[in-house]
Design a protein around this ligand. Structure first.
Ligand code: Z5A
Ligand code: MG
Length: 219
């Protein structure tokens, strides 16, 4: 008989404002879930690809002029560059793919510049839908005290407050469409307390039932 593919893996995204603790928690998840032999860690924007290099230059040179819609499409294109890889690793290789930011950041940051929500979702439609999105919620004033702030284009308090509001809109649309969106209070304690919440949420999906194919973003 033909060999069956392994039980499919998982696709999990971490989202949140700047300094919410995404990279800290996702590194811990990566270890807990078996490290590089079982788990792939992706970060968006992926600044290593040609499109990612353009985005890096845009983020680090605030004087650079680029139309807001063009920027939005570049962030989305940077995800489409790895969409097939996510699907292959999860569905055929049984791996766990973790994303440090994803499409939801794409919509929320551009929304904070005043672009219409329906337009913003379009280039994200059809991308692999995470089995779980963990949104690390944090007061922008607390985030600003965590240091290393103010070097990139969006690291400014007015923008961070607008992004927090936009994430609220995104959360309503995304959970309303049936996606698995969990908000965690990332200001409730130190790294250890937040980790307990993160692992509690992830353990549930690791053990849970799932269909072989990943769903697509469809709001
Ligand atoms: N962007 C976009 O516009 N469109 C898109 O489609 C995408 C992104 C994907 C770059 O993102 C920018 O791109 C970002 C959104 C935009 N702009 N902004 N703002 P990035 O991912 O490269 O940068 P970032 O994630 O926003 O910043 P970050 O510093 O990497 O944040 P973090 O990963 O959430 O935090 P961290 O590095 O884990 O922790 C930050 C500090 O806090 C660090 O010193 C930790 O030790 C400390 N920390 C962590 N947890 C705690 C707790 N619980 N208590 C106390 N201190 C803590
Ligand atoms: Mg980070």
């Amino acid at each position: 008989s033909t060999p069956q593919p392994p039980r499919r893996g998982l696709f999990i995204a971490l989202e949140g404002l700047d300094r919410a603790g995404k990279s800290t928690q996702i590194a811990r998840l990566h270890d807990q879930l078996g490290g590089p032999s079982r788990t792939t860690l992706l970060k968006f924007p992926d600044r290593t690809t040609p499109i990612g290099k353009l985005l890096h230059s845009y983020l680090t040179s605030p004087q650079e002029q680029l139309d807001d819609r063009a920027v939005h499409l570049l962030f989305a294109a940077n995800r489409w560059e790895v969409a097939a890889r996510i699907r292959r690793e999860v569905e055929q290789e049984g791996r766990i793919v973790l994303a440090d930011r994803y499409a939801w950041s794409g919509v929320a940051y551009s929304r904070a510049k005043g672009l219409p929500l329906s337009w913003l979702f379009s280039p994200e439609l059809g991308l692999p839908l995470p089995d779980l999105t963990l949104f690390l919620s944090l007061d922008p004033a607390v985030a600003a005290q965590r240091g290393g702030y103010g070097e990139e284009r969006y690291e400014e308090s007015g923008m961070q407050r607008r992004v927090r509001k936009s994430f609220g809109e995104v959360a309503r649309v995304v959970s309303g469409s049936g996606a698995n969106w969990r908000e965690l209070d990332a200001g409730r304690g130190g790294v250890e307390e937040v980790w307990e919440m993160v692992w509690g949420a992830v353990r549930g999906v690791v053990d849970g039932e799932r269909r072989q194919a990943l769903n697509e973003i469809d709001v």
